[in-house]
Design a protein around this ligand. Structure first.
Ligand SMILES: *[C@@H]1O[C@H](CO)[C@@H](O)[C@H](O)[C@H]1NC(C)=O
Ligand SMILES: *[C@@H]1O[C@H](CO)[C@@H](O)[C@H](O)[C@H]1NC(C)=O
Ligand SMILES: *[C@@H]1O[C@H](CO)[C@@H](O)[C@H](O)[C@H]1NC(C)=O
Ligand SMILES: *[C@@H]1O[C@H](CO)[C@@H](O)[C@H](O)[C@H]1NC(C)=O
Ligand SMILES: *[C@@H]1O[C@H](CO)[C@@H](O)[C@H](O)[C@H]1NC(C)=O
Length: 770
């Protein structure tokens, strides 16, 4: 046996080395290709790219404009599949990645909405580092690409969106920070060299999949200049400028009548021109085919190909550009120089990834292999991420944490009580292994398991009897309810915010019968209207776990039994069902309209009742804030040529481009005291409300800073925040111009309020008076 298994090991190692020893291009062992200029590592990348393009025929070039780029055998270049995904772990959604021995699985982190709820930017980056370790290892073994089309940074504009789970929630700054940190984790920070190439998608105003007969392939999003600048552009701008992402993906939908993948103002103008993307622009899968065939945006396919490339598209996920670009050039709709421009962007990224540097094992990440995937440390990070992201919504009594001594027998009930793949949400891979809620709880108590409903649709009450009986006997009852991909998914938007089918009824009946405390645990990506449980005194506590990843059940149990103290906060508003009454998903406007009865969207603009607000989340301990230092007045230096008379500007909103912003920032120091008896982690959220004179167009509040801090019981920590004045205290007017309102801005940090006055200063350099 021993010698057989070591023989198998040797064979496996040979297989891996065999794959890894096969370079993408520029094989050192081949005298006829290794001498080519584009293969010389010492030559600057721009020159290598130029050399390579100079050697290609037009026919070869157009076959490189698509995700399954063709090989160029005469130059020793292999075919490449560009489409891989790594939203929260290496995924097999794209054809570029395959799980097979010696890579049967990868670490499956919580779905992004859960990880976002941790509000821990260093966690986001740490996950990116682990995912790119595993991605590189799989590439070295010939099982994955190096171009991952993740993350999804569209904001969660509408609570029904089936893909809301993939996003970091509804706040543009949180989404942008998530994007920048996750991308840095994925790509590494080794100058222009890339560990893997990330991609921020889907640009832009894409957040409707299929609602009331309107689908994403046909939807024309009507978006105001104000909403573009203030909301939709923010995460993408931060992803490109702060995250230095290597790619942006344009979406299926149209924005104001133009398909995004054919809009030169968006692609060449905004992404490349204003934000200086150093990378390539890729279409969503078959976007070009979609705007030709479904949207009938051009009358011939050649025009569609030409429009896309001229707008700034570099790579087509789909066959369209390979099929029609050559004819577009022949018809004079496009020049070969346009095609070269696209190839410069894709080939540069491939060179930055080291794909033209020969032998992968000799490269910086060449050592990564099967033993670097699903390591105990990686799986532990997946567990930590789930623990940090779970949000405690209700804790009457308090009834939580449960005690393993007093709650020896626990009824574990519900359609999500023993799930595995449900916990990883969509755009996942094959997990290293799972701990379901039932298994996690089983480590702390003996369990009586009852499904209650066959699945989350919960079409009938046939299994209610068993569930009620279990609750009658047990010392505590845990109901694990919620949604899964049958209710919210890509191409599936919800029509209701309530729990599906008879789920509410099951919870109420079980709660009424249970002997001990009843705890409701929810799995979902989007928010759920659980007003019935919030108001029911028999439901003692509510936890939201999102889709908590492979270790989700362990994390849920650790929190329920007090091995971990919950510190997550909701990254999106939980609206009541009535909110949907006058809210077409197709209405993109962020601001409400009283005359139209339209409620507005997200905590920044919606003023009505909520089930739980954005930023909500309880702890087992109590945190107290005190302001330790913040300026009362901040002078904003203004370009003297434009504003000669500062006393006339005091009540105005100055254009950000007219202010000398530089690093002008406001230091806000907050002491966070843990007044309880349990160590805990607190998320400090700082909101600001602009002055009333800041224009009717200002949001009523916006998040300007957040920071996660661990505070031991009975002790205190100081959190030091630096708030960039022009970026974060500015608002956007109706013409889409970002302005800094002068006057009193009000900061809210929990219960603490502080007023800071912004004053224009024609001279000076941003001195802060406190
Ligand atoms: C070397 O590369 C050339 C061009 O790609 C190819 O035709 C030839 O077969 C290669 N030689 C070997 C030994 O692989
Ligand atoms: C719970 O799920 C695990 C893993 O899918 C399975 O092995 C086990 O039998 C399930 N337990 C019950 C009680 O259904
Ligand atoms: C600036 O404007 C104020 C009125 O707002 C006026 O009284 C003052 O004379 C002006 N100063 C200059 C230098 O123009
Ligand atoms: C302030 O400036 C505006 C032009 O921006 C001008 O129309 C207005 O008369 C000025 N007000 C005073 C009091 O000077
Ligand atoms: C943020 O996450 C990292 C990685 O899990 C962890 O080490 C750190 O303690 C977290 N920060 C806080 C304040 O909890």
């Amino acid at each position: 046996m021993g010698s057989l298994s070591s023989l198998i090991t040797v064979l496996l190692v040979m297989l891996v080395v065999g794959a890894a020893g096969d370079p993408f291009a520029c094989d050192e062992k081949n005298a006829s290709t290794r001498a080519l200029a584009f293969c010389r590592v010492s030559v600057p990348i721009a020159e290598r790219v130029k050399d390579l393009i100079g050697r290609l025929t037009l026919e070869e070039k157009v076959r490189l404009l698509v995700n399954n780029a063709a090989a160029v055998p005469r130059l020793g270049i292999k075919g490449y599949e560009w489409w891989s995904e790594a939203l929260h772990g290496v995924s097999n959604v794209g054809p570029g990645t395959k799980f097979a021995p010696p890579f049967p699985a990868a670490t499956s982190f919580p779905q992004v909405i859960t990880t976002a709820a941790s509000f821990n930017a260093s966690l986001w980056e740490a996950i990116g580092r682990v995912v790119s370790d595993e991605g590189r290892a799989m590439y070295n073994g010939g099982k994955a690409g190096l171009t991952f089309w993740s993350p999804n940074v569209n904001i969660l504009r509408d609570p029904r969106w089936g893909r809301g789970q993939e996003t970091p929630g509804e706040d543009p700054v949180v989404v942008g920070k998530y994007a920048a940190h996750y991308v840095r984790g994925l790509q590494g920070t080794d100058g222009s060299r890339l560990k893997v190439a990330a991609c921020c998608k889907h640009f832009t105003a894409y957040d409707l999949d299929n609602w009331n007969g309107v689908d994403r392939f046909h939807f024309n999003a009507q978006v105001s200049k104000q909403d573009i600048e203030e909301t939709f552009d923010v995460p993408f701008r931060m992803c490109v400028k702060e995250g230095n992402v290597a790619s942006v993906m344009c979406s299926y939908n149209q924005v104001n009548g133009k398909p995004t993948c054919a809009d030169p103002n968006l692609l060449k103008g905004t992404v490349r021109g204003q934000w200086h993307l150093d990378g390539y622009i890729v279409s969503d899968c078959d976007s070009v085919g979609v705007f030709f065939s479904n949207q009938h945006y051009t009358s011939t396919p050649e025009e569609a190909a030409a429009d896309a490339i001229k707008a700034g598209l570099d790579l087509d996920c789909g066959p369209f550009l390979a099929l029609h670009t050559q004819d577009a050039v022949k018809k004079g709709l496009l020049t070969e120089a346009h095609v070269n421009g696209a190839l410069v962007n894709t080939l540069t990224v491939q060179m930055r990834l080291g794909m033209f540097d020969g032998e992968p094992s000799a490269q910086p990440y060449g050592h990564l292999g099967p033993t670097d995937v699903c390591t105990p440390a990686h799986q532990d990070l997946a567990h930590q991420a789930a623990t940090q992201g779970i949000v405690l919504l209700k804790n009457a009594g308090p009834s939580l944490p449960l005690s393993p001594r007093r709650h020896r027998t626990v009824a574990v009930i519900g359609p999500n009580s023993n799930v595995t793949v449900t916990m990883i949400g969509n755009y996942a891979g094959i997990a290293c292994g799972y701990t379901s809620p039932l298994q996690g709880i089983g480590k702390y108590a003996s369990t009586i398991h009852q499904m209650g409903c066959v699945n989350v649709a919960c079409a009938d009450d046939k299994q209610f009897g068993g569930a009620v009986n279990a609750a009658r006997q047990a010392d505590a009852t845990i109901l694990v309810m919620g949604l899964d991909q049958s209710i919210e998914a890509e191409t599936v938007d919800r029509t209701s915010l309530l729990l599906p089918g008879h789920q509410q009824d099951l919870v109420s009946k079980v709660a009424a019968a249970s002997k001990g405390p009843t705890i409701l645990v929810l799995m979902s990506g989007g928010p759920v209207d659980v007003t019935f449980a919030k108001n029911n005194p028999r439901v003692d506590a509510i936890l939201w776990a999102g889709y908590p990843g492979q270790a989700g059940g362990a994390a849920i149990a650790d929190i329920l039994f007090g091995s971990a103290n919950p510190g997550g906060k909701l990254p999106m508003t939980w609206y009541p069902e009535e909110y949907l009454r006058n809210l077409p998903m197709t209405n993109m406007a962020m601001r409400g309209s009283e005359s139209k009865g339209y409620p507005g969207r997200t905590y920044r603009f919606y003023k009505g009742a909520v089930v739980y607000p954005f930023g909500y989340g309880l702890s087992y301990t109590q945190f107290v804030h005190t302001l330790a230092g913040a300026p009362k007045v901040v002078s904003v230096p203004v370009d003297g040529h434009r504003h000669g008379n500062s006393s006339n500007m005091s009540n105005k909103a100055i254009r950000v481009t007219h202010a000398r912003c530089g690093k002008l920032s406001m230091r806000v120091h907050v002491d966070v005291k843990n007044a309880g008896s349990m160590d805990g982690t607190h998320t400090l959220l700082v909101f600001s409300t602009p002055p009333a004179g800041g224009g009717d167009w200002a949001p009523h509040k916006q998040l300007v800073a957040f920071e996660k801090v661990h505070v031991a019981a009975k002790s205190q920590e100081r959190v030091r925040l630096n708030i960039h004045v022009c970026k974060l205290l500015s608002v956007v007017d109706k013409s889409g111009i970002r302005r800094i309102p002068m006057g009193e801005h009000s900061l809210h940090i929990g219960d603490v309020k502080h007023s800071v006055s912004l004053q224009p200063a024609t001279l000076g350099n941003g001195i802060i008076n406190s």
